[in-house]
Design a protein around this ligand. Structure first.
Ligand code: SF4
Length: 600
């Protein structure tokens, strides 16, 4: 059978879920008439669901209502114009196969999306068990006992998932890391005492594939990617401490999240190397240069500014949004010049509306205690500054940096009732949490400073209940989960990206099972040039298209909604189907993710 016919047959099979829709799409009417008829069919279906079909369980009915709204938006002329794609035209073309047109072939991801969408509209989503839970039929103690049994079953499911993942506080991990540390110390002919000095780690950052290969096994791809990265001046480096968190052997699942954090993929290096050659490609995905009124400052909100006194880190996260600004790992030239820093601080002083400063970079804890203290004391001298945040990942990459003297020196600026000094860090995986990072956190906490975590939700921490284990362990070491970011849509970091529906699913079906004191993080999409969009508030974004490659296009509303007429932002997500396929290849049971299609 010719390939185009095969697509047609597949599509007709899917349309068998709704004879009404099939009839409309297969008719000889023009596209506008079809659009109107589909809209009427959707209204009719909604009316039947609400007013005539009283047997439908409440949750199916809510689902139908939501999906109908999504489909209505998707087939509107506005959405088609914004997305530059008409699903309606596309479906008609697949059915009619016009000779004068080249049609982009539909992917399995597109067909899956369409199938779930139509099944959802007609009330056949299949995500719920056919029967309501038994406890609903009883009252009193009997109901409570059955409900309790049901809740225990849910708790066992979450525990079973969480037990699959490793935490750096497990005894076996502590022993493993102890052996790794000795291996690294032997390699550098160094002592335990030196290991405790943060400056020693900075002097011994591993910056090339050959040295790394002497310390642990690398796959051929890892070796090639690092070598290519160095040849193309793409920042790469690993602190000896962080290296000790990696298992000796490569290819295992246990330390995958740790390795992926710093060892780039070949795809990443090749794409970045190509971008670096091109004059027409800006690496500034977040459009920071459009929100920087002066060197060293970024401003996206009325009262808060970002101050970046140093643009380097002890090691570079592969997906870093500032990779366009960071020249190299722990590089000498990365600090803002004295003049520029002075001007940035003066700018903050003159901009009286600012009452909160986030000192970040790069990692500001690469500065000496004296330099840091000098910046904080100048900010603290401004009467309107009520909060100073320090954004640092050294708790994870170099916990030796958190010395008693550092904490004492900066802790004195934390004055209850007057000014808050808080630490914002970036743990990505429970396997990154170690006794050393816990002690570092505790030093801040003992001095009255809160420590918050910003997680980036990537492929490597997105399995069922994986982020829940991270939240749980973070709370136990004294860190409050703060934000969970959707991975940026940068092409070079496609390996990291997770579809937005997975983030929504995680919040609704996994995080929701945890107490409110633990699931404190807000899931956000950081809109380039604008600021955070709160993903849980689904009224602040719209799904406007599903493309032939199975990728969804979203329209994100700016945080200024109802305050000013800022523009919206279009975003092409990664395909749910491809994400699930990858999980399947990595041994996940994708049935555990079946409701993902019904998050928008
Ligand atoms: S710690 Fe932050 S600034 Fe540094 S590389 Fe990672 S994401 Fe970028």
């Amino acid at each position: 059978m010719p390939i185009a016919n095969r697509y047609k047959v597949k599509l007709l099979n899917i349309l068998n879920n709704s004879t009404d829709l099939k009839k409309i799409l297969s008719s000889g009417s023009g596209i506008d008439k079809k659009r109107d008829e589909i809209k009427q069919w959707l209204v009719r279906t909604l009316k039947e669901t609400y007013d005539e079909n009283n047997d439908i369980p409440p949750l199916e009915y809510i689902l139908t209502r939501n999906i109908i709204a999504v489909f209505q938006k998707m087939i509107s002329l506005r959405s088609e114009k914004l997305a530059g794609f008409s699903i309606l035209n596309y479906l008609c073309d697949l059915l009619n196969q016009p000779k004068d047109k080249t049609i982009e072939p539909p992917t399995p991801g597109f067909f899956s999306e369409l199938e779930y969408l139509i099944k959802g509209i007609v009330g056949k989503s299949g995500i719920y068990d056919l029967n309501a839970p038994v406890f609903a039929k009883y009252k009193g103690r009997k109901a409570a006992a059955l409900r309790s049994a049901d809740l225990s079953r849910m708790a066992r499911v979450s525990t079973k998932h969480m037990q699959k993942y490793n935490c750096g506080l497990d005894n076996a991990a502590i022993r493993r890391r102890y052996r790794n540390k000795n291996r690294i110390l032997n390699h550098f002919n160094a002592t335990e005492l030196e290991w405790e000095k943060w400056q020693w780690h900075l002097r011994h950052i591993i910056r090339d594939a050959d040295t790394l290969k002497e310390l642990l096994r690398l796959s051929d791809e890892e070796f090639e990617a690092i070598t290519l990265a160095r040849q193309n001046k793409i920042p790469f480096g690993i602190t000896p401490y962080y290296l000790s968190l990696m298992d000796f052997d490569t290819g295992g699942r246990r330390d995958k999240a740790i390795r992926a954090q710093v060892i780039p993929s070949l795809h990443y290096v090749r794409t970045l190397a190509e971008y670096k050659q091109r004059q027409d490609h800006s690496m500034d995905f977040m459009l920071e240069s459009d929100t920087s009124p002066i060197d060293g400052i970024t401003r996206r909100y009325p009262n808060i500014v970002i101050l970046k006194p140093v643009l380097t880190c002890p090691q570079i996260c592969v997906y870093c949004q500032r990779n366009w600004e960071i020249e190299d790992v722990y590089s000498a030239q990365a600090a803002l010049s004295k003049n520029k820093l002075d001007s940035a601080l003066q700018w903050i002083e003159k901009t009286e509306e600012i009452n909160e400063v986030l000192i970040t970079g790069g990692d500001p804890l690469l500065l000496s205690n004296k330099q840091l203290e000098s910046i904080i004391s100048r900010l603290a001298a401004l009467p309107n500054i009520i909060r100073i945040r320090i954004g640092t990942r050294t708790l994870v990459t170099l916990p030796q940096r958190i010395t008693e003297s550092l904490v004492r020196n900066i802790g004195r600026f934390h004055i209850p009732g007057k000014r808050e000094l808080i630490i914002v860090t970036h743990f990505e995986h429970p396997y990154e949490i170690t006794p050393q990072s816990m002690h570092a956190v505790q030093k801040f906490r003992r001095n009255g400073m809160e420590v918050y975590n910003q997680q980036v939700f990537t492929y490597y921490n997105s399995r069922k209940f994986e982020a829940c284990l991270l939240r749980q362990k973070l709370r136990l070491i004294g860190v409050t989960p703060y934000y969970t970011f959707n991975t940026k849509g940068k092409e070079e970091t496609d390996d990291f990206r997770v579809p937005i529906p997975r983030l929504l699913q995680e919040q609704n079906e996994e995080a929701r099972l945890m107490p409110g004191t633990v699931r404190t993080d807000e899931i956000v999409f950081n809109v380039p040039g604008l600021g955070k969009n709160y993903l849980k508030a689904t009224q602040h974004h719209d799904l406007i298209a599903i493309l032939p490659d199975g990728k969804r296009v979203y329209e994100f509303h700016p945080w200024e909604k109802k305050l000013s007429l800022a523009d919206t932002y279009l975003y092409k997500d990664v395909s749910i189907y491809d994400y699930l396929q990858r999980l399947r290849t990595d041994g996940e049971d994708v049935r555990d993710y079946k409701s993902i299609w019904y998050y928008y």
